[in-house]
Design a protein around this ligand. Structure first.
Ligand code: SF4
Length: 229
């Protein structure tokens, strides 16, 4: 029987629909949803790929306004470090257009995106502009993650470049790391933003420190500072 509002004589509104009741991961073991094992995370991400509430789930997990986010496991099709990277983007004033990212990761764009999975998001955004699609790099980064790509902020190494990841961080990331630190971000935040392994980041930081110390210890530098013997 339909209930009515006695004041307006109109049918009472149904309770707000909870998006979780449409989640594709209903029934998936909770341990799997929060797992840190790559194979299990990949399984959940595949389910997220066809989840009708993926956008809402991601927004909920990011919780920008509350500055909180779900710490473990997969949510909205993203791993914890990917969600953390989006929080960092938001702190820097950039937020993805989640609906547009959904379109960019759909079948309509699949042919293009599969070609660009290893490219930096900025480069892909520039390519899309050439096709008349205006999307911010952070939106493209999210779409690349959803397509299974790296969505990196680091450019892929050119052929013949034999540097390993920590060397690339050492050579290319110091300005951005200093900028992020200037925004008060922790090392873990920065590592998530860069999408690199923590030990590679640490190694690059150690290298910068010892390079700075060597410069300060050099006779030329001491002379410049007026402290030479
Ligand atoms: S997006 Fe993934 S984690 Fe979120 S409700 Fe859907 S299936 Fe579950």
């Amino acid at each position: 029987m339909t209930t009515t509002n006695t004041t307006t004589r109109r049918p009472a509104r149904p309770a707000a629909h909870d998006w979780r009741t449409s989640a594709a991961c209903q029934g998936v073991d909770i341990e799997t949803l929060y797992s840190d094992k790559p194979t299990e995370q990949h399984t959940v991400q595949r389910i997220c790929g066809y989840c009708p509430v993926r956008v809402t789930c991601l927004r909920d997990a990011l919780g920008y306004e509350a500055s909180t986010y779900q710490v473990f496991g997969v949510a909205g099709g993203l791993l914890d470090w990917q969600r953390k990277a989006l929080i960092v983007h938001a702190q820097l004033g950039e937020r993805p257009n989640v609906q547009q990212a959904r379109v960019l990761s759909s079948r309509v764009f699949a042919g293009f995106m599969q070609e660009w999975l290893d490219w930096p998001a900025e480069t892909v955004a520039a390519e899309l502009r050439a096709f008349g699609v205006l999307a911010s790099p952070v939106t493209v980064r999210l779409a690349l993650w959803w397509c299974g790509g790296r969505g990196s902020v680091l450019a892929p190494l050119p052929e013949g470049d034999r540097r390993v990841q920590w060397m690339q961080v050492r050579d290319e990331c110091r300005p951005v790391v200093e900028m992020l630190r200037g925004h008060g971000l922790s090392n873990r935040d920065i590592v998530a933003f860069l999408g690199v392994a923590f030990h590679n980041f640490e190694r690059a930081v150690r290298w910068w420190r010892s390079a700075d110390a060597a410069v300060q210890d050099s006779p030329a530098q001491q002379q410049e500072l007026g402290v030479a013997a």
